[in-house]
Structures are given as structure tokens and as C-alpha cells.
Ligand binder design. Structure first.
Ligand SMILES: [Zn+2]
Length: 246
């Protein structure tokens, strides 16, 4: 029963309190993002990004630092500092990695404030500008909270953002081994270029033997090569937002 109610609540959030934004970049854009930040999202993906001179967005939960999540070792503070210094964007993913379906708007706001303070303390006052919903779960009442604090919020519903998007619930495709076989990445990238859209990809762990939520290094490499071949601009989420919604 709870699963059914949660499904209805996710659906309500998808269709209600939509704050539309025109997505019209001068050329198509790809953003790469990593949620939670398992260690390998930095140690394995970082060198590939550097090799292609690509900046990504890492969605961090302060509360996961130095711990384990989904049975994977998570980032240490020094990893976060390294990726920040390398020019990657750091975005917010709540402090505790908690579904917004389980929080009141006030509780969500408190979690965001806690994460903002935690990050600012470790990244020299840095302020996060974009948000990704843990588990992709968006409660209707959370959208206004995200709207107040961030440029935009990203979910996990498949699709390319174009023409008109919901700024607090952007669509994205999963760089996840459980989802990748179902995508035609080449067609997605070409479609994004042709329609001048904004394709956001998200992943978790990066390894030759990834979890269902992670991908292989070569998957990232391939997507970057496809995007370059299609002349997509590859930008972190906040920078892409500014280019797409100018
Ligand atoms: Zn997450």
C-alpha cells in the first residue's frame, strides 16, 4: 500500500506545481552527473573526464562522507576537495541521502541547510547551485523548497529537456548498467543535438564490474565521444542551466 501511495505522490509531483522554463540553448548540451559520490565516481571517472577536458556535476550528501552506501565505500572529504579543485561542480543531494517523500518541507529545508553548511565549511565557503533528488523521489511540497534554494532540481525520469521543462524536476538518463541496455545513446545524443535540447546523464559507481546503479569507465568514454561527434556542448549542470535558459 505504501508503495502505491508513494507512486501516486511521485506522479502528483510530476504534474503539479510545474514551474516551466524555456530550454533553448544555441546548441545542444550534455551534462554528466554523479550522485552520492561512491569513491569510484571520482577515482575511476575523474581521469576519463580529465582526459576529455570535461567538467561534471557531483551531487553530494555530507552525511555519506567516509561511510558506505549501497554497500559501496563513499567519498572522503579529500576526494570532494580534489574534484572541486579540478573544476567540477558540486551540487546538493540532501545531507542524509533521504527521500523527499519522507520529509515535510521544513525538514527538507533543514537538511539542505545542513548540507550547505557542511559543504561550505570544507570547500572554502562554496555555495551549491543545483540539486538532485535522492532516489529521484520528488514530493509535491518539496518543489517550492528546491525552487527557493537552487537554480534547478534533477530527477531520474528518462528524457531530454527541451523547449519547456520543469525547473524543479528536470529529466535525466541513467548511466546505470540496469538501464544502459535499454537506451540508444547514439540516437539520444543526435536527437539532443538536432532539437537543441539538454541531455543530463547521472550515474553512481564506476567500475568494470559496476552495480546495477553504476556504469563502466568505457560507458562514460563512449557517451563523451558520441556527444563530441554530435557537436554537443558538455557542461556541468549549473553552467548548462545558464546556457539553456538564458
Ligand atoms: Zn543518491
Amino acid at each position: 500500500m505504501n508503495a502505491f501511495i508513494d507512486k501516486m505522490r511521485r506522479r502528483a509531483a510530476r504534474y503539479l506545481d510545474v514551474r516551466p522554463v524555456a530550454v533553448r540553448p544555441t546548441r545542444g548540451i550534455l551534462s554528466l552527473s554523479f550522485d552520492d559520490i561512491p569513491v569510484s565516481a571520482w577515482t575511476e571517472a575523474g581521469p576519463i573526464l580529465a582526459q576529455h577536458d570535461v567538467k561534471a556535476t557531483y551531487y553530494v550528501c555530507g552525511g555519506l562522507s567516509g561511510g558506505r552506501n549501497m554497500d559501496l565505500p563513499q567519498f572522503e572529504v579529500e576526494h570532494l576537495q580534489q574534484l572541486h579543485e579540478a573544476g567540477h561542480e558540486v551540487g546538493c543531494h540532501t545531507y542524509e541521502h533521504v527521500s523527499t517523500l519522507t520529509l515535510t518541507p521544513a525538514e527538507l529545508d533543514a537538511s539542505l541547510a545542513r548540507n550547505a553548511a557542511w559543504v561550505a565549511e570544507r570547500l572554502d565557503g562554496y555555495e551549491m547551485q543545483t540539486f538532485a533528488y535522492p532516489f529521484g523521489d520528488c514530493a509535491l511540497g518539496s518543489k517550492a523548497v528546491i525552487d527557493t534554494r537552487f537554480l534547478c532540481g534533477r530527477g531520474v525520469r528518462d528524457g531530454v529537456n527541451r523547449v519547456r521543462a520543469d525547473r524543479n524536476l528536470l529529466q535525466a538518463v541513467g548511466l546505470e548498467s540496469r538501464r544502459l541496455p535499454g537506451y540508444d545513446l547514439e540516437a539520444l545524443v543526435e536527437d539532443t543535438a538536432a532539437s537543441k535540447g539538454w541531455l543530463i546523464a547521472y550515474g553512481h559507481d564506476v567500475s568494470d564490474a559496476p552495480t546495477p546503479y553504476g556504469c563502466r569507465p568505457e560507458d562514460i568514454d563512449r557517451l563523451i565521444r558520441l556527444a563530441r561527434a554530435a557537436d554537443l556542448d558538455i557542461q556541468p549542470v549549473a553552467a548548462a542551466w545558464r546556457m539553456a535558459t538564458h
